[in-house]
Ligand binder design. Structure first.
Ligand code: HEM
Length: 401
């Protein structure tokens, strides 16, 4: 098959306001034309994978590799490159295997379950602090502080530094998104420099005086280089903060816009497990992940030429009618629900159990403790990101029980 190009490319910019506001009709259009689509626009060129089978096959195929986000041979963005290039997310086996195995135990289901009391207490404290006010911004007051407190606790970031670390990770998310510009990269580089200095200092302190936390374990570890340790910490912070915020907020928004499903969950709190899986499918926090072809590869009729960029649109695969019946229907009892919100294959999300547990506790407590929850801003405002589905804010009013 030759590359298919769209007739009117400008109508299809992945940066368009319409796409950011509601990408799903664009995904459907792409998938209907070709689930493996060659998109060539002014800003982006590459394969867009919108079919479920196609996406999972590529994610599991080792010939499709992750690429370092910034090439080594540019002198610009030195600090950004320094932290990004060593992240496991951008490494292939065998380095990927060695790095990932260092964190497997910390994020395994059994270890995560032990965090349940801490998550429940943090959720309670956050909801108690807004309950007498009767209004809140779900992002600022709840969805953002929760995961950031939990991941900071796991890693061992001192309490007094947490606000600083939060603002860094928030800004670094834009750096790995498709919509990034030179300005984002310059800003990201400045932040990277501060983050690097901060962690170098902290690692040194923990080397001299270890505590019971991940940073202290890493400080004693001799099988990782200092670059790898720093990059891993930053990756865990970004991943631990940002995507979980979006899972919690997107879940609450989706329930608010599907009142009958909200009611069903309120009446049956034990549905929370399948409800969160459905939220992951329906408004996937990570919408797009990328690979490149390490060699010429034929998949079906499509020839991926060596070096070509591939965007795997998880948010589109998760609404493929060939895999999910009534894919645009939000159904908290959907089962089975083999969504790809956490990816698949060797890079399958390391923090999926943590994200699930935080979201289950947060969403259930929120809807059980509050009544008459009402969205104050009728049209949700999404951040200008294509790879992530992230709200700017979600103001609501409620009555506390
Ligand atoms: C990888 C999604 C939460 C840590 C991934 C990938 C996805 C994803 C799609 C695969 C990327 C790829 O294949 O290119 C999500 C979502 C989350 C979430 C939707 C929340 C709702 C977390 C949390 C952590 C985490 C809480 C850690 C604290 C990681 C790491 C990787 C990863 C380290 C890279 C794994 C590797 O390269 O082997 N995540 N994630 N994630 N995630 Fe998550």
């Amino acid at each position: 098959m030759t590359h298919n190009t769209l007739r009117n490319q400008n109508d299809f910019s992945i940066l368009s306001k319409e796409w950011i506001q509601n990408p799903y009709p664009f995904y459907d259009q792409l998938r209907e034309q070709q689930p493996i689509y060659w998109l060539s626009s002014i800003t982006h060129k590459g394969w867009f994978i919108t079919g479920y089978e196609e996406a999972i096959n590529i994610l599991k195929d080792q010939r499709f590799r992750v690429r370092k986000p910034l090439p080594r041979n540019t002198h610009k963005f030195k600090d950004l490159k320094y932290i990004q290039n060593e992240m496991m997310l951008y490494k292939n086996p065998p380095d990927h295997t060695r790095l990932r195995s260092m964190f497997q135990e910390t994020f395994a289901q059994q270890a995560i379950l032990q965090l349940k009391p801490l998550i429940e207490k943090t959720v309670d404290d956050l909801l108690n602090s807004v309950k007498s006010i009767g209004t809140m911004d779900v992002i600022q007051d709840f969805a953002f502080p929760l995961p950031s407190m939990i991941i900071a606790e796991i890693l061992g970031i001192p309490k007094e530094d947490r606000h600083k670390v939060r603002s860094w990770t928030n800004q670094l998310l834009g750096v790995i998104d498709l919509t990034r510009t030179n300005h984002t990269l310059y800003k990201g580089n400045e932040i990277a420099q501060q983050v690097k200095e901060y962690f170098r200092d902290l690692l040194l302190k923990r080397k001299q005086m270890p505590k019971e936390d991940v940073i202290s374990q890493l400080a004693q570890n001799t099988s990782l280089t200092e670059d790898e340790i720093m990059s891993s910490l930053i990756l865990l912070l970004i991943a631990g903060h940002e995507t979980t915020v979006n899972l919690i907020a997107n879940s609450i928004l989706t329930l608010l816009t599907h009142q009958e499903q909200m009611h069903l969950l309120k009446q049956n709190p034990s549905f929370i497990h399948s409800a969160i899986e459905e939220c992951l499918r329906f408004e996937s926090p990570t919408q797009i992940t990328a690979r490149y072809a390490a060699e010429n590869i034929m998949v079906g009729n499509a020839l991926f030429k060596r070096g070509e960029q591939i965007y795997i649109v998880l948010g589109a695969a998760n609404r493929d009618p060939k895999k999910f019946s009534e894919p645009n229907q939000f159904d908290i009892t959907r089962s089975p629900n083999p969504h790809l919100a956490f990816g698949a294959g060797t890079h399958y999300c390391l923090g999926s159990q943590l994200a699930r547990l935080e979201a289950q506790i947060a969403v259930n407590s929120f809807i059980q403790r509050f009544d008459q929850i009402t969205q104050l801003d009728p049209s949700p405002r999404w951040r200008k990101l294509a790879g992530f589905r992230a709200l700017k804010s979600l103001p609501v009013s409620f009555t506390a029980k």
